[in-house]
Write a protein that binds this ligand. Structure first.
Ligand code: SF4
Length: 379
């Protein structure tokens, strides 16, 4: 296949769905977690769940970058901008994530803080060059996909001798989050989240390759199939997982061979290794503190580290009591389990982070009407 519409062919999708229906054994269930928000979006957008037999369940994972960003980190960014210490630059979705006191970066901007929405890390660097008298902080978030561009701008800033540019680094790592989910009490002891296999991320895997998933496929005996974001990619990955489970295999397979290799992108990986190192621990919204699950800037680039330049200290802040994002990100609950889903909480007025980005489970369910089978609650 060559063109995008070929990966969205309804007839082929129905054919794969028939195969899944034939091969999924009636006496057992298949509980599959799509880690990545891009897959959650595709499943909702294309109605993939409606094509699956009742015993093949899709469980949403924590792979939406803004969803897992804890409130305390957004508070830190707002404090930097609100105190007029710096121009804070960040990606669009991050602007609307709820922070403490009913604020968000967007609302802080409306109150006069100099916060700018950017399309790429390079935009933040340009803003620093254009404003030599101001401190400019790039509020960097995201998984392994967005980390290499951050490494590049830090290197460029050093090469340019830019002294007013720093990065507030909040980059997180996929494999440690999957391991953490498998180690969580809900999965290990309580059995409330039966997880039989994973659909592995697409874009993240183009950078890190398929090799990092091999450890937990073997250690935890859970199959992983890396898949692209088109509906046929997801359907094919589900079929491959059903086959592995039927055959008692727990291997890493790669459906997304048009972009992912076992080794990944060596150049991007070495750039990241040059600029960043592992943090001992990092708080994820929904998962809590996860050991060795995030990156910080190495000593060699300390001059570009906003945490050091501004003495940023992190405070953990609990989510809004009504919000079930934490449980949704761990796969324990579904968006429709939340009492304020679609009433008080909508994409226009998000109460929690899962309703902000199109990759968030709540936003994906709401946008594509994947809640119409449950009674709509009136606020
Ligand atoms: S619907 Fe809103 S409040 Fe409820 S879990 Fe989702 S984001 Fe949180």
């Amino acid at each position: 296949m060559k063109y995008i519409d070929e990966f969205r062919d309804g007839e082929v999708a129905r054919g794969i769905a028939r195969r899944i229906g034939e091969e999924a054994r009636p006496g057992r269930s298949y509980n599959l977690m799509e880690f990545c928000g891009g897959h959650t979006h595709a499943i909702s957008r294309y109605g993939i769940k409606d094509l699956l037999p009742g015993n093949v369940n899709m469980i949403h994972g924590p792979g939406c970058p803004v969803c897992v960003l804890p409130i305390g980190r957004i508070d830190n960014a707002i404090e930097l901008a609100a105190g007029n210490k710096a121009i804070v630059c960040t990606y669009a979705d991050t602007m609307r994530v709820p922070a403490s006191g009913g604020l968000s970066l967007m609302k802080a901007k409306a109150r006069g803080a100099d916060i700018r929405m950017i399309y790429s890390a390079a935009d933040a660097l340009r803003i620093a060059q254009e404003n030599p008298a101001r401190e400019v902080v790039f509020f960097a978030i995201g998984f392994e996909t967005t980390t290499p561009p951050t490494a590049i701008v830090i290197r460029q800033a050093r090469a340019l001798g830019l002294e007013n540019f720093t990065v507030f680094c909040n980059h997180v790592l996929t494999p440690s989050a999957i391991t953490h989910i498998l180690e969580s009490p809900e999965v290990r002891e309580l059995g409330t989240v039966p997880l039989d296999g994973f659909i592995g991320p697409a874009h993240v895997s183009t950078v890190i390759g398929s090799q990092p998933y091999e450890y937990f496929a073997e250690e935890y005996q859970r199959p992983v199939v890396i898949a692209g974001f088109e509906p046929l990619d997801v359907m094919q990955a589900i079929l491959m997982l059903v086959r592995q489970l039927n055959e008692g295999r727990a291997e890493v397979e790669n459906e997304f061979t048009r972009a992912v290799t076992r080794e990944g992108n060596e150049k991007a990986k070495s750039l990241v290794a040059e600029v960043f190192e592992l943090r001992k621990s990092f708080e994820w919204r929904g998962l809590g503190e996860v050991p060795y699950s995030a990156l910080r800037i190495k000593d060699a680039y300390a001059g570009f580290d906003a945490e050091r330049r501004f003495g940023i200290t992190y405070r953990s802040v609990p989510d809004n009591k009504a919000c079930e994002c934490g449980a949704i990100l761990r796969g324990v609950k579904k968006p429709t389990d939340c009492k304020v889903f679609g009433t008080v909480c909508t994409p226009e007025n998000p109460i929690g982070s899962c309703m902000v980005s199109s990759e968030g489970a709540c936003a994906a369910h709401y946008t594509y009407g994947r809640f119409k089978d449950v009674p709509v609650k009136v606020a």
